[in-house]
Structure formats: structure tokens, C-alpha cells
Design a protein around this ligand. Structure first.
Ligand code: ZN
Ligand code: ZN
Length: 365
């Protein structure tokens, strides 16, 4: 029982409980780590976690899904040939599961928050277990140029997956991480790492990568909370502009992101992000999750705040982290689209393993 509780406390993003207060000073740095711009996060620890878990156990939550998360055989021919196409690369995204997406843009193969392990947990034998196998296994991936890490929760920064990618044939990818995480990689002998503060950027070939604020937190144990930064990523390639939110609650940060990039995303520049990868799962119960994890309705509001042309719902259907059924997020997303007048083509989900090609931006004068 003791180990079970400890694993619960350590595991993944389910370990999230916060007290929200208005903040006047939008600065993310503080003496002992980092903080959000519009909300104070005060993780409440084991007491609230146990209260949540006891009520979930009493109520039989989460309910079993009505259907397995859709999963298809990936089009490895398309993915691999596109990976080698260089300047002729067709912009495309492939959902591998949870927050792991292969994004092909700017002639580069970019992987977000890679997790291929059986569990999102510090322990191999306990913690949230994978309900669906990855859309591609690690050996099926093309050579990865860039890995984006949004934050250090177990379902986003997976030790085994990072180590495997660092050993890939042809050399390690570049790992782009928020402030404070370079040391974690150095401890594993991985040095191809760029660490960014919010609004910091790094250019690799045709691709510019910018870390953006989102509302979340960090921590891999009970003693390192908020010590490393978290964030989302804006990617700017000539033919595509992509946003990856990582984990986030709903906040004014997304209106700020739109304002920040207004000059390069105005109508004359082709408009907002061509695609936003937004989390739609791990939201129940709201009293516990709301400040740190959006529900589908809030995800649609983020889609609108960003002015994204389209959004892909991720962070669902893979690991049972919270109280909603694994297959509930797309149903709630459909309701939210209706409520906000957003067509399905503008905010969709994919099957695990499915690739979506995206229309390239028209060259700007
Ligand atoms: Zn997460
Ligand atoms: Zn998280």
C-alpha cells in the first residue's frame, strides 16, 4: 500500500492540485524555481491526492471506455520518404499517442514529448499503464532531428524514450527543453540540448523554435515541484507554423501568444498557426485538475484565442491518468465544437498512427 501511494504521488500529471489566485506581476522566475503568469500554483500534496483517489475509488472512476482508442497501421512509406525529402518535405503530423507527435516541417523531423514506455511512471511495475501501443515503435521512426520537451512530468519526459532517441542511428537529435532541464539530460550523458526561457528561441536550419508560456507546473517527486520550467512551443517554418501546447490549464497566455506573434501571423502573412496540437484529455475531476489541465471546451477556447486555422486534439486515449473515461474527450470535444461554432475540420482528432498532411503556406512576398 505504501509503495502504491508513493507511486501515485509521483506518477505523471495526475498529481496535480493547485490553489488559484490572481497575480499582478507576470514574471515566471522566483527564488526557488518558476511560477505561472496568471495563477499561483501551490501543489497540495498527498492529502488532496488521497481525497481525490478515495472518491474516485468509491465512485468507480474512471468508467471503462465504450470503445478502444482508434488506432491504425501507420503509413511508414509516406513518413519515411517524407523524412528524406528535404526542401520538398510535405508538412505533416502523425499522432503516435498521448502528447507524442511526429511533426514533419521545415525539412526536419520533430518529435514532441516522446513516450514509448509501457507506463507513465518512475517505476516499471506500477503507475498509469499504456492502453494503446504507440502508433510507431522507436525503430520505425525516421531519423529524428529535434525533440521538444514541454515539461518534466513522467508522461512527457520519459527516461527510457529519451535515452533511446539519444542513441538513434545517425546521432542524437537536438533536445529543446525549458529552463532547468539541461542538467537532467547531462546526468544521462546527453549534451545535445538547448535550454530556453519563455519567449526564448532557437533556429535550426529553416525552423525557428520558440518556447512560450502556458499554465502548468513541473516536478518528478514531492520535493522538486516548480524547480524547472514548463511551456509550449511555437514552430515557424517557411511552409508551416505549428503550435504545441504541452500540458496546460486555460489562461490568458494564449491570447498573449497570439498578440506576441501578430506581426508574423497577420492576414498578410498567412494568418495564425496552421495547426495547434492541444491537449483534450486528463481533466477530471475539475476541482483537482482545472488550473493545470484544460477540458475539451477550454481547448476549443484556446484554439480560438490562438487564431489557429486548425487544431489536433492530443493527450487522450493512451494513459488512464484521471477520472474521465479514456474515450470521453473526443465526445466532449464534439459538444464543445458545437457550442462554439467550430467545424470538425477545424478541430479534429486522429487515430493513433494516423498521418495528416497539411496545406503549405503560400510564399510571402
Ligand atoms: Zn500530461
Ligand atoms: Zn504535466
Amino acid at each position: 500500500m505504501g509503495a502504491w501511494l508513493l507511486a501515485l504521488a509521483l506518477a505523471a500529471c495526475a498529481n496535480e492540485s493547485v490553489v488559484a489566485q490572481d497575480r499582478a506581476t507576470p514574471s515566471q522566475h522566483r527564488a526557488d524555481g518558476f511560477q505561472n503568469r496568471y495563477t499561483d500554483f501551490e501543489p497540495r500534496g498527498l492529502g488532496a491526492l488521497l481525497r481525490w483517489k478515495c472518491s474516485a475509488w468509491r465512485d468507480g472512476l474512471p468508467p471503462a471506455p465504450q470503445a478502444a482508442t482508434p488506432s491504425i497501421v501507420p503509413d511508414l512509406g509516406l513518413i519515411q520518404s517524407n523524412a528524406r525529402a528535404g526542401a520538398r518535405m510535405v508538412p505533416a503530423v502523425t499522432w503516435i499517442g498521448h502528447a507524442t507527435v511526429l511533426a514533419q516541417l521545415g525539412g526536419l523531423n520533430v518529435l514532441t514529448d516522446p513516450i514509448f514506455s509501457q507506463r507513465a511512471s518512475p517505476l516499471a511495475f506500477i503507475g498509469p499503464r499504456r492502453a494503446q501501443k504507440p502508433g510507431l515503435w522507436l525503430p520505425e521512426l525516421p531519423h529524428i532531428d529535434v525533440v521538444l520537451i514541454s515539461h518534466n512530468h513522467y508522461d512527457h519526459l520519459d527516461d527510457d524514450s529519451v535515452r533511446a532517441l539519444a542513441r538513434q542511428a545517425g546521432g542524437a537529435p537536438l533536445f529543446v527543453v525549458p529552463l532547468g532541464l539541461k542538467a537532467w539530460f547531462a546526468q544521462r550523458g546527453i549534451t545535445s540540448v538547448v535550454e530556453l526561457d519563455w519567449w526564448g528561441s532557437h533556429r535550426l536550419g529553416a525552423l525557428e523554435i520558440v518556447l512560450t508560456p502556458v499554465q502548468h507546473w513541473s516536478g518528478r517527486s514531492l520535493t522538486d515541484r516548480m524547480e524547472t520550467l514548463w511551456g509550449g512551443y511555437a514552430l515557424f517554418a517557411p511552409e508551416l507554423q505549428l503550435f504545441f501546447a504541452g500540458d496546460t490549464g486555460y489562461s490568458k497566455d494564449f491570447a498573449d501568444i497570439r498578440a506576441r506573434f501578430a506581426e508574423r501571423q497577420g492576414p498578410a502573412q498567412g494568418g495564425g498557426f496552421d495547426l495547434a496540437l492541444l491537449p483534450i484529455g486528463a481533466y477530471a475531476p475539475r476541482w483537482f485538475m482545472q488550473p493545470a489541465h484544460v477540458d475539451p471546451d477550454e481547448a476549443v477556447r484556446i484554439h480560438q484565442d490562438l487564431g489557429a486555422k486548425a487544431s489536433l486534439g492530443i493527450h487522450w486515449g493512451t494513459f488512464e491518468l484521471t477520472d474521465e473515461a479514456l474515450d470521453e474527450p473526443p465526445r466532449k470535444l464534439a459538444q464543445a465544437r458545437t457550442a462554439h461554432g467550430v467545424p470538425e475540420s477545424a478541430f479534429f482528432t486522429l487515430a493513433i498512427g494516423q498521418t495528416r498532411r497539411l496545406a503549405p503556406r503560400k510564399p510571402q512576398r
